[in-house]
Design a protein around this ligand. Sequence first.
Ligand code: PGA
Length: 254
Amino acid sequence: MSRRILIAGNWKMNKTSAEGAALVKEIVAQMPAGSLPEILVCPPYLTIPAVVEAAKGSPICVGAENVHWAANGAFTGEVSTDMLKDAGVTHVIIGHSERRQYFGETDETVNKRTAAAVAAGLVAVVCVGETLEEREGNKTADVIDRQVRKAFEGISAADMAKIVIAYEPVWAIGTGKTATDDQAQEVHAQIRALLADLYGADVAEATRILYGGSMKPANAAGLLAQKDIDGGLIGGAALKAPDFIALIKAGMQA
Ligand code: PGA
């Protein structure tokens, strides 16, 4: 498989600057030798400089957990692509289900943030996923179809080189309930087929689709062995160095 595995940590609202820097240093100290996957950590905005500093000279990239679409202006509480790049950020998570659930994120704002991120040269990790109610109502395929189509409206095939998709079933996030390997693979295959439809076979083949939702050392190998699963977006297990290292190792074996 030519797609490089991406092991990405989503720290959410956890860790101070000192704690985040210490975690990165611990991960770096335990980094396995050999051909590594791409490794990303996404800390809260305020701690990004400390984490970037700690990651310097290591294979760890630093991302943000969100970004606004405007270049600057009267948007209290928001952060721009320039500010992220200035701080050393290379990736940004967009449309996480917690943003959609608790902070009014919509398919439309996900699309705007995604367009701004890729225009600025950031890699956008765009999240999609169904709720438990939607899964039980047999609406998973429709929800994923709508979220993917809307997220990438106006995004060109060339821009897709800067896009990573994360499939995160909402019912699996932070709940300890992981999608089975087959459940995850089924949705990943659907997303890849949709990308082929929208952008052609080459883009579909090249685009990485991560799984997220209670991924941990115990279930990572099975998920990463699936043909259309190209890495993980990891919450809880990204906050402890031994777990994150185990996930990096699972990525090396996938
Ligand atoms: P979790 O979070 O691994 O703690 O389930 C994943 C995510 O929300 O990105």
